[in-house]
Design a protein around this ligand. Sequence first.
Ligand code: UDP
Length: 363
Amino acid sequence: MKSYDYLIVGAGFFGSVFARQAKDRGKRVLVIDKRSHIGGNAYTENICGINVHKYGAHIFHTSSKKVWEFVNRFAEFNRYTHQITANYHGEFYNLPFNMNTFCELWEIKTPEEAIKKINEQKFNGEPKNLEEQALSLVGMDIYEKLIKHYTEKQWGKKATELPAFIIKRLPLRFTFDNCYYNDSYQGIPIGGYTSIFEKMLNGIEVRLNIDYLKNREELNSLADKVIFTGSIDEFFGYSLGTLEYRSLRFETEVLDCENFQGCAVMNYTDRETPFTRIIEHKHFECSCNAKTLITREYSADWKAGDEAYYPINDEKNDGLHKRYSELAKTLGNVVFGGRLGMYRYYDMDDVIEEALKAADFLI
Ligand code: UDP
C-alpha cells in the first residue's frame, strides 16, 4: 500500500482546498510546493506591519454562498470594497465604467445622456475581438483612454487579436457605483491570505521547495492519485506544443510617506507608462503605519520556465488545451486543477469552487 491517497502538487487555492476536503474525509494527504511558501500567488507577507500581496493584488469576491461560507471558516474578512482609479496622463477616472466615469469624461449629468453619448460612438455589430467588444459596450472615448493601451500593455498583443470575453470581466453600469465587482460578497482576509492557507492546511503534511516535475517517479510512488496544479503543458513536457501565458514583474518599494496614492490599486491606462498598475498594500487593510509600501506591476512576456500568471484563452490556445485535456484523461490517476492546471482565467472563488467540486466527485 502506498503512503498517501493523494499527492497534491501546489499549495495554492486548488491544492489547499482539495487537501482540506480530502483530509476531512479521512484521506492520507501530502501537499508539496516548489516554492518556499504555501498560498500560491495569493501569498501575502508581512513587511513593516503591512500585508504585502507578493504576486499582485488579490481581492476576494464571489457570488457563491457556498464558497463564501467555506473561506470564512479560515479567515475573517474586512469590509474592503474594491474600486480602481485610472490614471490617464494625470487625468483621473473611476473604474469600472459607471456614471462617475461618464461625468468625469463628458460633462453629462444623467444616465440618459451617458447612454446617448455611448450610442453615438459605439461599434454596432457582432464583436469578434476585444477591441470590437469594448467599442460596442462603451464607445471610442472610453476605449482610447481607459482600455486600449492598458489592455495592450497587459497582454502584449493588439486588442484586435484578443478574445472579447476578457473585457466583459468589467461591469458597465449607469449608476454612481464605483464598486469593481458585481458579486454579493467581497473583502480582504484580516491579517492577510497566508493565514488562510495555514489554517486550511492545519494537520496536513506539507513539504516545500520540492519540484514535482524533477522528482516525478519518486513522488508518484508515494501516492495513489496526483492532483497537479501547475501548467498542464509543462506536465506533459510541452509534447503537443506550448500554451501561451502572460507573466508579471513586480518592483516593490518602501516609501517614507503615510499615504502615497490614496487607494489600493491605481491603473495607468496610457501607453507611455511602462507599468500597468501601482498597488499600495496598506489600503487593503487600513494599516496604521507612518510608512507605506507600493508595488509597480509590469506585464511581461512569458517563455517556458518563467512564472505563468495569465492563460491566454483564445481559440488557438484553447484548442491546444483541449488536446492536453484529452491526453490527461488517458492517465487515469492525475487530476489537473487551478488556473494553470485547467488553463482558465479563473478568479480565486472559481478555483475554490472547482476544488470543492473535484473533491466531491473524487472522494
Ligand atoms: N482593463 C482595461 N483597463 C483597465 C482595467 C482592465 O482595459 O483599467 C481590461 C484589460 O483588458 C484587462 C481586463 O480588462 O486585462 C480584465 O481586467 P481585470 O481587472 O479583471 O484584470 P486582472 O485583475 O485579472 O489582471
